[in-house]
Design a protein around this ligand. Structure first.
Ligand SMILES: [Zn+2]
Length: 317
């Protein structure tokens, strides 16, 4: 089921906004309040790529290879955290943001992408805190808070409506809708989330939602993209998978005809529990390098000045 199908668009009046900019870098520790946990949870609201977008992304990779262009260096991605809260709910403390970024840097190290927090802002706004994907609240929140989308990663933490743990924008959307660029994360998905309020199993508090959503932000699809139909997620080293995994069903043969491999339930781009997620494939790591280097070239002084990349761009567009 497409996450968009589950979500309903609601128009609601915007509540008054109280915005507090935090300086220095991190918010102070604050007591966490119990979030309203919906009965059903969905790991991700990022929509599938359009046929045109995936063809374009494939053309980009073909052009990079034909120009023998590889992005081998390090790219530092500055993060601006926008911590949306409703009273005490959603007030993420410094230690959780730091733990999340440390985990991202370990997992993304093989791609050359390194994350560095440069700003943390707190914003009290109940409507934004519970906004639903694709609504006016999302646009309003991001337009008001997002900064420098070509030069950083804007991360919005809140409690997204519809039971979503998070959603992200793809890198090829940056050019046309820069104000919407970024990643939205449920505040209770961060590592070391306080557990006393949990009334049910909550297997999503090890920080894998950020790893997954930033995977989309770097141009990855779900492992089950397209189900059993080619080209799947456009990568050969991820098995065809009929649909998203739940829990951690390791050693489960793929249900797709002709697919002899197991379902990739330990892949960061599936929907498994956090504790189950363990790796990107080599081709996913390569695609992250390609997509960030090509579409998010302004993050890196070398790629932003590259005449070869300019040539590749002209050959694709
Ligand atoms: Zn996703």
């Amino acid at each position: 089921m497409n996450r968009r199908e589950f979500l309903t668009s609601t128009a609601c009046a915007c509540l008054a906004t109280a915005t507090a900019k935090v300086d220095p870098l991190f918010a102070e520790d604050a007591p966490a309040a119990a979030p309203a946990i919906p009965k059903r949870l969905y790991r991700c609201g990022t929509p599938p790529p359009t046929p045109a977008a995936r063809i374009q992304a494939t053309r980009v990779i073909t052009a990079l290879r034909s120009h023998r262009m590889n992005f081998r260096g390090k790219t530092v991605v500055p993060i601006r955290f926008h911590v949306i809260h409703d009273g005490q709910q959603g007030l993420l403390p410094d230690r959780q943001l730091k733990a999340q970024v440390a985990m991202l840097n370990t997992i993304y190290a093989p791609t050359g992408v390194e994350f560095k927090t440069i700003e943390v802002d707190l914003h009290e706004n109940a409507a934004w805190f519970r906004h639903e994907y694709g609504t006016d609240q999302e646009t309003e929140m991001k337009t008001a808070l997002g900064k420098d989308p070509s030069g950083c990663l804007n991360i919005y933490t809140c409690e997204p409506g519809g039971g979503l743990l998070g959603y992200a924008t793809f890198p090829w959307w940056l050019k046309d809708t820069p104000a919407l660029d970024g990643v939205v994360l449920h505040h209770a998905s961060f590592p070391n989330s306080p557990r006393p309020w949990v009334q049910q199993p909550w297997p999503f508090d090890l920080g894998m939602t950020a790893v997954h959503e930033i995977g989309h932000w770097c141009g990855l699809y779900h492992t089950f993209q397209g189900g059993c139909d080619a080209p799947g997620d456009d990568l050969e080293d991820t098995p065809f998978e009929m649909g998203p995994a739940a829990g951690c069903p390791i050693d489960q043969p793929s249900a797709c005809p002709g697919e002899s491999r197991f379902d990739p339930v330990e892949n960061y781009m599936d929907y498994s529990d956090d504790a189950c997620m363990k790796h990107f494939t080599p081709q996913q790591l390569q695609r992250i390098r390609d997509m960030v280097g090509y579409y998010r070239f302004e993050l890196n002084p070398q790629t932003s000045r590259s005449s070869l990349l300019e040539q590749v761009r002209k050959s694709v567009e």
